[in-house]
Write a protein that binds this ligand. Structure first.
Ligand code: ADP
Ligand code: MG
Length: 246
């Protein structure tokens, strides 16, 4: 089933055309990686899907509620000095719920602990977020996005500036989550592109969509010097649903 259908979506900021005639569907079991150059329009696309920007041209049809789209923004490591615990970070995902005068409602804490459990961070509930590793902190932010029981989880560069072990844990977590929800991830991380994502959308004002199955078969066998350029070359060679030029 299509959770989100995007049809001929265009978006301009005063005199910059950020997106032009973009069309793509997101299905319930998708694991879509979005790649493309800086300024290519990736964040604009996510913001339009999230309803953070008004639709100017084209359509976004949602078969799910806005609250069923979870979002992990880029650079969530910014406020790590803020003295709050992992549990409190996740509780902040409940802003629409009833807040008690002192502390949080029991059911909110129960739900937040559940989200922490889903990402394997329940033991760290009372730790200050500043004391966690980058990967652990990212998992806490993913837990926060899971609070509303999303059908789609969208992440903007989730593994940037995280150590290798932490990255590995996030990949495995995303794979596990993808058994029940769709994953849309802005990432240039080759491990995600080659081993986890099922499809890739290259966004540079226009969007070119590729199924990754064939690409993965042809490039994972090569050595570890593979770079994004080589991957893109491989993508170009497959010509799967592609009638654009790169
Ligand atoms: P990406 O996430 O792929 O780096 P963005 O979606 O952030 O790309 O940006 C796409 C284009 O739109 C860029 O040229 C950028 O400068 C421009 N842009 C993004 N946000 C704004 C804004 N709020 N006001 C004006 N121009 C913007
Ligand atoms: Mg961006």
């Amino acid at each position: 089933m299509n959770l989100i259908q995007i049809e001929n979506l265009s978006h301009s900021y005063s005199n910059t055309k950020a997106l032009e005639e973009v069309s793509i569907n997101i299905k319930e079991d998708d694991f879509l990686a979005i790649i493309g150059p800086n300024g290519g329009g990736k964040s604009t696309l996510l913001k339009l899907i999230l309803g953070l920007l008004p639709i100017q041209n084209g359509k976004i049809l949602k078969n799910i509620k806005n609250s069923e789209v979870g979002y992990v923004p880029q650079n969530t490591n910014l406020n790590i000095d803020f003295p709050i615990t992992a549990l409190e970070v996740v509780l902040m995902g409940h802003i629409k719920r009833k807040r008690k005068i002192f502390g949080y409602a029991k059911e909110d804490i129960f739900c937040a602990m559940n989200s922490l459990k889903q990402v394997g961070m329940e033991k760290f509930a009372d730790k200050k977020i500043g004391d966690l590793s980058g990967g652990q902190r990212q998992r806490v932010f993913i837990a926060r996005a899971l609070c509303s029981n999303p059908k789609i989880l969208m992440l903007d560069e989730p593994t940037a500036s995280i150590d290798v072990k932490g990255q590995q844990e996030i990949y495995e977590l995303l794979k596990e989550l993808n058994k029940s929800i769709a994953i849309v991830v802005v990432s240039h991380d080759l491990t995600i592109l080659l081993n986890y994502a099922k499809d890739v959308a290259h966004v540079n004002r226009t969007l070119v969509y590729h199924s990754l199955k064939e690409v993965q078969r042809s490039v994972t066998l090569s050595d570890d010097h593979l770079c994004e350029v080589e991957l893109l070359t491989a993508l170009g060679k497959t010509q799967i649903c592609c009638n654009h030029e790169h």
